[in-house]
Every structure is written in structure tokens, then in C-alpha cells.
Design a protein around this ligand. Structure first.
Ligand SMILES: *[C@@H]1O[C@H](CO)[C@@H](O)[C@H](O)[C@H]1NC(C)=O
Ligand SMILES: *[C@@H]1O[C@H](CO)[C@@H](O)[C@H](O)[C@H]1NC(C)=O
Ligand SMILES: *[C@@H]1O[C@H](CO)[C@@H](O)[C@H](O)[C@H]1NC(C)=O
Ligand SMILES: *[C@@H]1O[C@H](CO)[C@@H](O)[C@H](O)[C@H]1NC(C)=O
Ligand SMILES: *[C@@H]1O[C@H](CO)[C@@H](O)[C@H](O)[C@H]1NC(C)=O
Ligand SMILES: *[C@@H]1O[C@H](CO)[C@@H](O)[C@H](O)[C@H]1NC(C)=O
Length: 513
């Protein structure tokens, strides 16, 4: 008995001897900003984090004056101690993870570190560096009520102005740790001393709104680590009925799988993807009949609705979704839509009985030079199908042509070349064959593109062509005015994932100061 007590007493004593006891501390920046504040003050990064004594509570309140920000690295090694947290200037409290040395950025006016530990000992040290925001160039984005503008990390201060409120949508970064996105801050009003609204980690779980019509973003050198879209901004009204809006980047490694995950169990949600490549989507597992998936290109306007998928889902996949910005909108349930790495992986060019195919030029519905499209659809070997098609939209500006050919055993059984002077006529019958080609050529001309819908069936049913989207009759365009074009161009440039400043400046959306 005596020996046990003695043993316990020694244990407690040694524990206290080993660990520091902290007190509540309020800190202002060091006089000399090149000198960091360390805790404990004798600790340095090349050492093991310092042991703390168990069963204690304390906090550090650390001030960040206007014009400065703080970079903080926590060095924590514990037995999953959950009582060590930090609090952002907006009151958001987060757990500090063990062995996570990606820096935190804290902005005006202050942040707090809380330590409330149980009877287990652990190690915890940290380093704070206050810095002045560098003199930098600013980028000004003016949002209209419908379009979105996306950005990769840059060294610029970005100030966004909307008609109503600014909505900022965060994108996934599958190639790097999510914690890297902590190197970002979003400010109300567009200045770095404005109210802190969150960072790009927060934006991963849902959009961030400005209170006024202005918001600022700064990414603290994140451009050295990330080269993908990290956020997109739009006017709050441009998001329609979306309650939760996020963005998805696919992994750069094509061997890694990619999917568009929509959680609309509680609220209408949407996911955006941005690239100058189409998204090839394959049939999702467990597509519930109650779900309506709407896909839009560039904007959420009805005229940019690409497809509506509900109980018709079996016939709609695979799908080739065009436009730089693709918006996937779901009203209910849970849905993961697989994104294939290319057309072959999606079996995009193979037809089956009852397949409904939407063939669209890349920049459909916007003036663009990048509309030329060639697609070939084939049946299984030794198999023939009825190809039924409907030219839903065709811009025949200049010398533009749309060729539609159907072949059977290598022999053309249907050929047509549609032009401004030879517009498509409604063509009610299916054409029996084993291959169909659709070829849209603009010969360098600026057009709004085309859409051909194709239905492939084993039996030629007498039914009329299904109208799965509004405007079943063919619309012939001859090129719109260039006035609206330039507006669209700005979305394209951001859509290429490069915030091309020169281009944007030309279009008048960005001024450099
Ligand atoms: C600030 O600290 C750095 C690093 O310790 C030192 O080199 C520099 O001389 C200091 N500047 C002043 C003005 O004290
Ligand atoms: C923030 O900084 C801007 C520009 O330096 C200044 O105009 C503004 O008054 C400041 N806002 C606050 C809340 O201090
Ligand atoms: C980002 O992409 C551009 C163009 O593709 C390339 O020049 C640059 O080196 C890339 N930067 C990083 C950090 O990967
Ligand atoms: C992807 O997988 C293929 C086949 O397994 C392999 O040859 C290729 O190197 C992989 N690519 C990458 C980027 O890992
Ligand atoms: C989502 O829906 C729930 C239940 O309908 C509601 O309470 C919640 O406020 C909604 N979330 C948002 C962000 O609007
Ligand atoms: C588009 O076609 C028209 C009519 O053929 C021609 O006048 C114009 O130069 C063409 N534009 C381009 C960019 O080729």
C-alpha cells in the first residue's frame, strides 16, 4: 500500500515537473516583426514540441492590428487531445490537429488559442509571425446578375462587387491537402481590414456571402502550391434556388476516380465544375426516381439548361456535358455522378437500345470560335439500330455546315449537309444503320454552335421525337451581335482556370492598380 501511494505520488510529481503550466495571455505583435512570438518562449521549431502539464485550462488572445495578418503554425503531439482549439476573428472555433503543420492565417482584429486538457499529458508549442500585407496589385471583378467568374490562387487582392450580395463558392483541391486552403481569407467590403468572413476551407462546406455587395479575397502565396480553380464568385441572385453550392476539381492524376457529389437531402444543392474539356459522365449507381438532376452550362438561365434527368436516367447516360462552367443542380436526395477520364472510358460513342444522346458544340449558346465538333456513334458489331435525330439548334453563320451521315455496312444510307441556305427540316423517321456521324464545321467563323439530339432504338417506333428539353423545334441562328460576346468571353477566360489579367482587362472587368 505504501509503495503504491509512493508510486502514484512520484508519477504526479514527475508529470508536473515535465510539463509547462500556462496562464491566460494577451499578446500584441512583437516590436520587430521579423521576430516571431514563440510559445513557450524558449521553444524553437527544430525542437520537439514542449510537454504541457495535464488538467489545466488557459488561453492566448493574440491581437492582429489593421494592416497586419498573423501566420501561425501549431506543433501538437497528443493522444488525440480534443481540448486544444483556436478561434478565428469571426468566432469560428476549430480543433487543432496533431502533426498538422500547415500554417493558419489570422486577420484583423484578433484570434485566440484555447487549451483545456484532461489528465493525459501531451506536447504543444506554437509560433506566431505578424506580417504587413505586401503592397500588391488588386483585381476588381464586377459581377452582373447571371454570370460567374472563377479564379485560381493569385498574388492579387481580389475585390468583387455584385448587384446584390456576392456569393463565393469554394472548390475541392484533390491534389493537395485541404489544410493548404487555410492560407486564404475572405473579407467583407473588399478590404483586408474588413470583417473576416471565413476562408476557402469554410467555403468547401458551403458558399460564403458578403453582407454588402462587396467582398475581398486574399490567398497569401497559395499560388505556389495550387494551380486549379479555388473559388468562383457570382451574384447571389444568379444562383437561383441553390441553398448549398460547392465546386469540384477532378484529380490531375487520371487514374484517380472523380465524381460529382450532390447532397440535397435537406436543401437544394449544386456542384460546379470548370474546364475547357467536356465532362463525360457515366450512369450513377442508385439514381433514385425522386431525384431531378438539372445540368446547366455557363449560367442557370433556362436557355442554358443542358439536360433534365429524372426517371429517364437509364437512357441519358453516358453524357458529354459542354461549356466551360458546368452546373449540376439537384433538388433532393443523395447522388454521386461518376466523371470518366475521357470519352472512351465513358463509352460515349457506343449506342444501345433506347439511348438518348445530346450532341452539343463546346461553347453552345455563346459566340465562340471553338464550336467545331465531330462525333461518331456506333452500334455493337453486327448489330443495327434506328438512328433518329433532331437538329435542335443550329447557328449557320457564314460558311458553317452541319453534316449528318448514317452508314450501314460501310455504305452511306443517309447524308445531309445543313447550311444557311439548306436548313434542317423535321425528320421523323429512324434510319437503320450501324454508324452515325455528326460533323459541325465553322471554318474559322464565330458562331453560337449547334445541338443535335439523337435517339437510338432497336425497333423504329412510330412515336414522334421525344422532347426532353424545351424548344423541340429547330432554331436557326445566324450569329448574334458581338456586344454580348465580350461579356461571355470573360467567363470563358476564367473558365480556362487562368485568370488572364490582360484578357480580362481588355474586356473591361478588371483594372490593375
Ligand atoms: C529585427 O529582428 C531581426 C531578426 O532578429 C534583426 O536582424 C533586426 O536587426 C531587427 N531589427 C531591428 C530594427 O531591431
Ligand atoms: C480599411 O482600409 C481602407 C483602405 O485602407 C480604409 O478606407 C477603410 O476605412 C478601412 N476600414 C476600417 C474598418 O478601418
Ligand atoms: C500552373 O500552370 C501553368 C500553366 O499550365 C504553369 O506554367 C505553372 O508552372 C503552373 N504552376 C504550378 C505551381 O504548378
Ligand atoms: C495510370 O495507370 C496506368 C496503367 O496502370 C499507368 O501506366 C500510368 O503510369 C498511370 N498514370 C499515373 C499518372 O499514375
Ligand atoms: C436546409 O434545410 C433545413 C431544413 O429544411 C433548414 O433548417 C436549413 O436552414 C437549411 N439550410 C440552409 C443553409 O438554408
Ligand atoms: C465568317 O463568314 C463570313 C461569311 O462567309 C465572312 O465574311 C467572315 O469573314 C467569316 N469570319 C471569319 C472569322 O472567318
Amino acid at each position: 500500500m505504501v509503495s503504491i501511494l509512493f508510486f502514484l505520488a512520484t508519477l504526479v510529481a514527475s508529470a508536473f515537473a515535465d510539463g509547462y503550466t500556462c496562464a491566460n495571455i494577451m499578446r500584441n505583435p512583437t516590436q520587430n516583426l521579423s521576430e516571431p512570438y514563440y510559445y513557450p518562449e524558449t521553444w524553437r521549431e527544430n525542437m520537439e514540441p514542449t510537454k504541457y502539464a495535464p488538467n489545466q485550462i488557459c488561453n492566448w488572445q493574440i491581437n492582429v492590428p489593421e494592416g497586419l495578418y498573423a501566420t501561425v503554425i501549431f506543433y501538437k503531439k497528443t493522444d488525440s487531445e480534443s481540448g486544444i482549439k483556436c478561434t478565428y476573428p469571426n468566432g469560428e472555433q476549430v480543433y487543432i490537429e496533431d502533426n498538422d503543420q500547415n500554417p493558419y492565417k489570422f486577420t484583423y482584429p484578433r484570434f485566440q488559442i484555447d487549451l483545456q486538457v484532461g489528465d493525459k499529458q501531451g506536447e504543444f508549442s506554437f509560433k506566431v509571425v505578424w506580417s504587413e500585407y505586401p503592397d500588391g496589385r488588386s483585381m476588381y471583378i464586377g459581377l452582373d446578375g447571371v454570370h460567374s467568374i472563377a479564379s485560381v490562387p493569385t498574388s492579387y487582392y481580389t475585390t468583387v462587387t455584385a448587384v446584390n450580395q456576392v456569393m463565393l463558392v469554394g472548390f475541392s483541391v484533390p491534389d493537395v491537402p485541404l489544410a493548404l486552403l487555410r492560407q486564404s481569407a475572405i473579407y467583407e467590403g473588399g478590404y483586408t481590414n474588413g470583417t473576416y468572413l471565413g476562408n476557402l476551407v469554410n467555403a468547401r462546406s458551403g458558399q460564403i456571402y458578403s453582407t454588402s455587395n462587396k467582398l475581398g479575397v486574399y490567398t497569401f502565396g497559395l499560388e505556389k502550391f495550387i494551380n486549379q480553380t479555388v473559388f468562383m464568385v457570382l451574384d447571389s441572385r444568379a444562383a437561383g434556388d441553390i441553398v448549398q453550392y460547392t465546386g469540384t476539381n477532378c484529380p490531375t492524376d487520371p487514374n484517380k476516380s472523380c465524381g460529382i457529389f450532390l447532397n440535397s437531402q435537406k436543401n437544394v444543392s449544386a456542384v460546379a465544375t470548370i474546364s475547357r474539356q467536356p465532362d463525360y459522365l457515366t450512369l450513377p449507381k442508385g439514381f433514385a426516381n425522386s431525384i431531378t438532376l438539372k445540368i446547366y452550362g455557363e449560367t442557370m438561365e433556362e436557355s442554358n439548361l443542358f439536360a433534365t434527368i429524372n426517371s429517364n436516367y437509364q437512357s441519358m447516360f453516358p453524357l458529354r456535358v459542354t461549356n466551360s462552367l458546368k452546373i449540376y443542380h439537384s433538388d433532393t436526395g443523395l447522388l454521386t455522378v461518376p466523371v470518366a477520364k475521357n470519352a472512351d472510358a465513358a463509352k460515349w460513342n457506343s449506342v444501345f437500345d433506347g439511348r438518348y444522346i445530346i450532341v452539343r458544340s463546346f461553347d453552345f449558346n455563346r459566340q465562340s470560335y471553338a464550336q467545331d465538333t465531330t462525333e461518331t456513334f456506333v452500334t455493337d458489331p453486327n448489330n443495327q439500330m434506328y438512328f433518329k435525330f433532331n437538329v435542335k439548334y443550329l447557328d449557320t453563320n457564314g460558311p458553317t455546315t452541319l453534316d449528318v451521315n448514317v452508314y450501314k455496312n460501310g455504305v452511306a444510307v443517309f447524308t445531309a449537309t445543313y447550311t444557311a441556305t439548306n436548313p434542317p427540316l423535321p425528320f421523323p423517321n429512324g434510319i437503320l444503320g450501324d454508324k452515325m456521324e455528326v460533323n459541325y464545321q465553322t471554318y474559322g467563323n464565330y458562331t453560337q454552335g449547334f445541338q443535335v439530339d439523337i435517339l437510338t432504338t432497336k425497333n423504329d417506333s412510330p412515336t414522334t421525337f421525344p422532347t426532353l428539353a424545351p424548344g423541340a423545334s429547330t432554331t436557326i441562328g445566324t450569329g448574334a451581335t458581338r456586344g454580348t460576346t465580350q461579356r461571355y468571353e470573360s467567363t470563358t477566360k476564367s473558365g480556362i482556370n487562368k485568370f488572364s489579367l490582360t484578357t480580362l482587362a481588355i474586356v473591361g472587368f478588371v483594372m490593375l492598380v
